[in-house]
Design a protein around this ligand. Structure first.
Ligand SMILES: *[C@@H]1O[C@H](CO)[C@@H](O)[C@H](O)[C@H]1NC(C)=O
Length: 262
């Protein structure tokens, strides 16, 4: 995070479904490395809005909320404007690529285009099953953000389709947001079960990391910005995991965010 550059640093949302089966789309982030500035595509987006295409206006919420709301309308929200001072969020049904003349000066506001994808997202409902990212990922260090009131689950699997008996299941907020767990299979008894009251939130994105070392079998998970893990476990028979999946359940829905290049 670079707090002093927030107003200058522009991030993007995209509502394009990457693969409808994964319910994936890119949404905004203030924290992910590698997010691109709007000027990479738009020239001079600071103090600019895309005028005349708003289908909805929200006042008083954060830019992140604005971007996530846009991302939640996967087919209808193609861009958004956010004014930092007045906290006005406008969700647009079109993008500036086709209507550049509608980009107008507006002090303290920014235009966020959804056509540049840098941060991906996934919505999970209350049904427990893993929605896996289709490509193999570098599981040595994963970083993601999740908004869920409890039971944010991450799976690391050696193969797809995943074998529920041969995967890692990392849970943030089990027991109605009281615990964090590491399991060696889906929904089996935990190898590690640590108290973690309030570890996830239904109203805020919380960042987490998971590291895995295939050689030592050390699997660790912690909070964004903290080096000390919340929990760790050494698997005596490490799984050569390559795929990551997300789930919520037990009455909790979730929004997961992660780098599209993860
Ligand atoms: C999605 O966006 C379209 C505009 O493209 C809008 O008409 C529709 O109401 C939006 N849906 C929701 C659920 O916000």
């Amino acid at each position: 995070m670079q707090p002093c550059s927030v107003s200058k640093t522009i991030f993007f949302a995209t509502v394009t479904l990457i693969l409808s089966v994964f319910d994936s789309y890119a949404i905004t982030s203030e924290t992910l490395p590698g997010t691109r500035r709007a000027d990479a595509i738009l020239g001079d987006p600071d103090d600019t809005i895309f005028s005349g295409h708003a289908y909805r206006r929200i006042v008083g919420k954060s830019r992140l909320h604005c971007g996530a709301t846009c991302a939640g309308n996967a087919t209808g929200c193609l861009s958004f404007n956010y004014c930092h001072d007045t906290k006005v969020c406008e969700l647009n049904s079109a993008g500036a690529a086709q209507h550049r003349q509608d980009l107008i000066h507006a002090e303290g506001c920014n235009y966020y285009d959804t056509s540049t994808r840098s941060v991906c997202g996934m919505v999970t409902d209350t049904t427990y099953y893993y929605r896996y990212l289709p490509s193999a990922v570098d599981v040595r260090r994963l970083e993601f953000w999740v908004q869920a009131s409890h039971d944010a689950h991450v799976s690391l699997s050696p193969a797809l389709p995943a074998d529920p008996d041969e995967l890692y299941e990392i849970v943030f907020g089990s027991g109605f947001n009281q615990w964090a767990d590491i399991r060696r299979c889906a929904l089996c008894p935990s190898e590690v079960d640590v108290p973690a009251p309030g570890v996830v939130s239904g109203s805020q994105f919380r960042g987490f990391w998971v590291t895995f070392d295939l050689h030592t079998g050390l699997l660790a998970a912690g909070r964004e910005g903290q080096v000390t893990p919340i929990m760790q476990w050494v698997d005596p028979a490490p799984l050569d995991v390559k795929y990551v999946g997300f789930s919520t359940g037990w009455g909790s829905t979730g929004i997961f965010r992660y780098s599209c290049s993860m």
